[in-house]
Design a protein around this ligand. Sequence first.
Ligand code: LLP
Length: 424
Amino acid sequence: MSDTGQAAAPFVRRGGDLYCEQVALQGLAQRFGTPLYVYSRRSILDALQQYEQALAGRAALVCYAVKANSNLGVLGLLARAGSGFDIVSGGELSRVIAAGGASSRVVFSGVGKTAPEIERALRAGIRCFNIESEFELQQVSQIAGRLGQRAPVSLRVNPDIDAGTHPYIATGLKSSKFGVAYAQAAQLYRRAHADPHLQVVGIDCHIGSQISQAAPFEQAADRLLDLVEQLERDGVRLHHLDFGGGLGIAYRDETPPSIGQWVGAIRRRVDARGHQDKVLLVEPGRSLVGPAGALLMRVIGLKGGAGGNFAVVDAAMNDQLRPALYEAWMDVQPVTERALPRRTYDIVGPVCESSDWLARERPLAIEAGDVLAMLSAGAYGMSMASTYNSRCRPAEVIVDGSDVHCVRQRETIDDLIAGESVLP
Ligand code: LLP
């Protein structure tokens, strides 16, 4: 990181060619094939360091939201750098452990934890269950009782705040399925406090994702602190405050607060209200890994028609779902600049769905065979990939300076049909 606290851009153009750190993307596409996810190790670690710096001198834990990118290579990097983890399934817990992460730094979120998942997490000794309902509180208590344990719990409180983001990724409104209703929280806390199989350790919230304003976070923090103070008056003391994730990144022209600004704003609010004694937790996903990744794809062919021009590429909605699902705008650039006339293209994949598009109306100077890079694709890219249309999922590599590590082999058709069978 530079002195200004700004991380160096993970993808830069040198002499017309796009690089990740010291490695040309053109060569990576050749060596590993396309579609290919490429991540910059330094970018991920720089982002974590920005969180650590903003929290320096305070008891705190960054719990990376595994769902954003759950590749073992990524998790291992973060685990070694001391990160904690926010998980939402037993599968994610297995990944964290396989990557060398410590269970004692894991918080478990999610509206539908199953009994086997709860038992597994208790046996593994996770740091906290982020409880999202009354029924979950009961279930965790019951399972902990059976195992002769006291389960550490936090209630995920729904602060009823409009995060101003896409409705599919807003989670903090009253109408949302997430969390415990604000009005119900104090009563549930009292119950948990009196339960011998539960240990109340914290409070948490998460109001949505890709949030580019500071105000909704500040409102949510204030609502949470109001509740914390009410609980303290009732004799329920909390050990940690978890403000979730949700900080946006600049895909196009968004101007979200920086990591330092976001964490700083929360930290100041918490301290100003006299809660220096509490451990601060955050659960960032996108802001840690989003800018670090690119999806490489090759142009299969170009076609024109009455409705416009299409660049048909070998990546599709199964490899990158964000445009189809949220109409998300993702930057797409040619990996090597060429002296060709620019034309406006819709970039589409081979999947048989009209929603299978990756970018619309992009002026590009390209021809068949060219490699394109979709930037800021490190979060919610590969982790949301599917095998629809029996397409094998991409390989993933992590670039470290001039070194390249393949952290996931390209899926094969044998992987795809393993476990299936025809009738006898
Ligand atoms: N904590 C909880 C409880 C969450 O549900 C999430 C994300 C996070 C933390 C991390 O949020 P982040 O810092 O990444 O915004 N697939 C969507 C995003 C879904 C986010 C779901 N929850 C997308 O591609 O935009």
